[in-house]
Design a protein around this ligand. Structure first.
Ligand code: SIN
Length: 324
C-alpha cells in the first residue's frame, strides 16, 4: 500500500563506515555516516525520503563490537513504537556485522514482531570502490516492504536469515552470514523475494523473554551473565572469580553435544547451588544439541552461546521485573 511507511533506524557499523583509501576493506572507521545520508546517496531511495514514505532515525552510531544494553534498550523502544503505528509496514535497521546476530535475536525474543524487522549491514565501508551496503539496503527494503513478511530477519549479500539461526561465520567475505544447517529463509533476487521456508514466528519467544515487556526493560538493570568455555584443561578458576564478582547467570560454551570438562562442571554445579542460573550451549558451529545423558547442567539446545546468554538475561529480568 502506497500510504504505508518504511522506517529506517541507523545504528552504525561498516555500512556507515569510511576509509582513507577506497580499496581498504579492513583499516577503515565504522559508524561515520548517518543513515539519512546513506539513503539519500542512493537514487532509488532518495525519493522515498523526500516524500515521507520513509521515516529515518539515527538511534545510535557505533561500531557494533561496542554494542551495549543502553543502545539495545533505545533500539527496542523505537522498534516497539514504530511497530505499533498502523501506517508502518516494516522496519529496516542498519547495523554492524560483528554483533548483528545478537541484536537480531534480542529483538526477536523480546518483540516477536508480526511485521518485518530487517537488520542489514555491510562488509565494506560506505566509500569503498565497490561497497556492498547499498545493495544490502535495497534488498532489506524489499523484505521490509513484503506484505507477508514478519519477524526479525537479517539480509546480507542477497540472502535472508532468521534471527534465531543467523550467525556471522566469516571475518571478511561479503556473504559473511549463514543460518548454518537451518538454511536461509530465502533470497532477494532482482528486487524479488524467493522464499524457501516460513518467516520467523510472530510471537514473543516465551522461553527467552518470558513475556518481558519492552517498557519494563527501560527501567531494568541487566543481570550479569557471562560465557565460559569448556576446553582441554578448563577448570573452575574463571567460574570462581565470576562468583566473587557477583555473576547471576553463566552460559557454558560446551563441547560437542553439550559436554563439559569435569573440573569446570564441578565449579558450575557449585555455582548453581549458590543460586546462579547456568545453561549449556554447544560451541559447535552447526547443528543443535540432542537430549540425552545424565547432564548435570540445564541446556539451551537450539542456541549459540551468545544467544543463550541473551535468553538467560531476559529470563532473569522477567523473573524479577518489579524489583529492577
Ligand atoms: C561493526 O560490527 O560495527 C563493524 C564491522 C562490520 O560492520 O562489518
Amino acid at each position: 500500500m502506497s500510504d504505508q511507511k518504511i522506517v529506517f533506524l541507523g545504528t552504525g557499523g561498516t555500512i556507515a563506515g569510511t576509509a582513507l583509501n577506497a580499496l581498504d576493506h579492513t583499516g577503515y572507521t565504522a559508524a561515520q555516516v548517518g543513515v539519512h545520508d546513506l539513503l539519500t546517496a542512493l537514487p532509488g531511495l532518495k525519493a522515498g525520503v523526500g516524500t515521507g514514505r520513509y521515516v529515518v532515525e539515527q538511534v545510535a552510531q557505533l561500531d557494533s563490537k561496542d554494542m551495549g544494553f543502553d543502545v539495545w534498550v533505545k533500539l527496542a523502544l523505537r522498534v516497539a513504537y514504530f511497530l505499533e503505528q498502523e501506517d508502518v509496514q516494516g522496519i529496516v535497521i542498519t547495523h554492524g556485522t560483528d554483533t548483528l546476530e545478537e541484536t537480531a535475536y534480542f529483538l526477536q525474543a523480546l518483540l516477536g514482531p508480526a511485521k518485518p524487522v530487517v537488520l542489514t549491514c555491510a562488509m565494506r565501508p560506505s566509500d569503498a570502490l565497490a561497497p556492498d551496503g547499498p545493495q544490502n539496503l535495497l534488498d532489506a527494503l524489499v523484505v521490509a516492504s513484503s506484505a507477508t513478511g514478519c519477524g526479525v530477519t537479517v539480509v546480507c549479500a542477497g540472502a535472508i536469515y532468521g534471527a534465531d539461526d543467523v550467525q556471522k561465520i566469516h571475518p571478511s567475505r561479503l556473504n559473511a552470514f549463514s543460518a548454518v544447517d537451518a538454511g536461509p529463509i530465502g533470497f532477494v533476487e532482482q528486487g524479488r523475494l524467493r522464499l524457501l521456508r516460513d518467516w520467523p514466528h510472530a510471537q514473543v519467544n516465551e522461553m527467552a523473554s518470558g513475556g518481558l515487556l519492552v517498557s519494563q526493560l527501560a527501567d531494568a538493570s541487566w543481570p550479569r551473565v557471562e560465557i565460559v568455555m569448556s576446553y582441554a584443561g578448563a577448570d573452575g578458576t574463571v567460574v570462581r572469580a565470576l562468583l566473587k564478582a557477583g555473576v547471576q547467570g553463566l552460559v557454558v560454551a560446551a563441547t560437542g553435544n553439550g559436554t563439559v570438562h569435569q573440573d569446570l562442571e564441578t565449579a558450575l554445579v557449585l555455582a548453581m547451588q549458590q543460586g546462579v542460573k547456568v545453561t549449556r550451549a554447544t560451541r559447535c558451529a552447526e547443528g543443535r544439541m540432542l537430549p540425552g545423558g545424565n547432564d548435570a547442567l540445564p541446556a539451551a539446545p537450539g542456541l549459540t552461546p551468545v544467544k543463550a546468554r541473551i535468553a538467560l538475561m531476559l529470563g532473569l529480568m522477567r523473573a524479577a521485573p518489579k524489583s529492577r
